[in-house]
Design a protein around this ligand. Sequence first.
Ligand code: XMP
Length: 509
Amino acid sequence: MNSNIWIVDFGSQYTQLITRVSREIGYSSYILTVEEAKERISNKEIPRCLILSGGPQSVFEDKEDYSVFFNLEVPILGICYGLQLIAQFYGGEVEKGLKGEYGKSQVKFLGEGHGFQAWMSHSDHVKTVPESFEVFLKSENDLIAGIRHDVKPIVGIQFHPEVSHTENGQDFLEKFFKEVAQLEKDWNESEIADQCYDILNVAKDDYILCAFSGGVDSLVAATLANKVNHKKLYCFFVDHGLLRPQDIHHINLLQRETNLNIEVIDAQNEFLSKMKGVSDPEQKRKIIGNTFIDVFEKKVHEFEDQKGIKFKYLLQGTLYPDVIESISPHKKGGKSVTIKSHHNVGGLPEKMKLELLEPLKYLFKDEVRLIGQYEGLRPEWVFRHPFPGPGIGVRVLGECTPERIKAVQESDQILFEELKKHEQYDRIWQAFTVCIPQKTVGVKGDGRAYEEIIAVRLVNSRDGMTATWSEVPYSFLDDVGTRITNEVSGITRVVYDITSKPPGTIEWE
Ligand code: XMP
């Protein structure tokens, strides 16, 4: 992380985006908390450029000393709160905002007449520019929107170039990196791969265990680890009976077509018997999560005894957004309620006394896909839709009876086939069906039917944090509806979910 761009996080909700956009245009960058950045500097690490992010505080309340950042004498870009810190540090004046500027605003280059639309989100603003700085940009309310140092590579802007509502925001950042900071591009597939291999190298002589789902993250993590230590990496896939036919098919294909050691644990009966009679979503999630850990642990210990080996590492496909989420200052101490207890393999490392190995922990999903393809994985494997750990367990509302599980498996297969046939699969981020155990009246053949409902859920999203329901052709929906009511037993009605997230979540439970 030494000699990279450091994005010092003052708590803006857009900080993650700064990293993403910087990397998209070819510059490696990492988010650090203020404390972490200060600690690294005191350990003699020096970034090649600093970005001071926006933040929810006001410089009038923030009494912390940030001089270490300015004393580094590296290029600095201050965004929003970062601009105000620059102005204050160099002796300018920040004024408490009464009205503020929020949302889209036209900003204009001084003396040049032209301008662009920018995204603003601030109440305080810079009133007087420090000595040796000049204003180069003003907002439509005539407030200072951009300042730069006469000789040093220091720029401060009030708007957010990382937000897509800012016209040419990406170009602005690129111009800053190239012309002001004079940085060379350094973020490409081979750099990303090297970084992952650096993380994996510690485990090159030890046994590595992977809780393998076949999803893009665990597949890419395993593929990379396999290159470092093929002989001692074992991937265990748990079949909990809540999978779709395409998942089993995918695992079988990976067993045949990659050189990963994939062991399939058949635990269908164990899971299904424990879920019998349980209909509360949280309880179902807990049962699936706990059973997963028990089954996995038992099987792995048996395997270790059989082979006379001992696993040291647990390989996980943790991504950067999860890491940022846990370090971000505005998340710390904030109250949050549990919406869903996500089941992955949380709890496994402590229970099995394994060390975590997370080669993808600095990457975003798009980068994982990129690196997967770079390492030779097929596009259809790395662009697979996400599938949640608890699988169909959270897609049958209420009790998961064998009939309802089968109805979801069959309708999901139909949905999958029709998405491919209508060339919609790659336009959609995630697609699935849900069984609503509510009977409704219908007509099948010449008789009355009184059967349950299947809902079709199609969403578009970047990372699953927010999502919009997908617009798809009526002819596609028509084919899906017709086939499900004709081919899936126990189903007379199909509905399409038109809820975005928020307020809905993607999964129904
Ligand atoms: P929600 O329903 O929270 O889902 O809007 C956001 C994304 O997360 C997936 N999801 C899960 N993934 N274990 C997982 O591995 C889980 O328990 C889980 N619950 C939801 C969901 O499919 C969507 O992509």
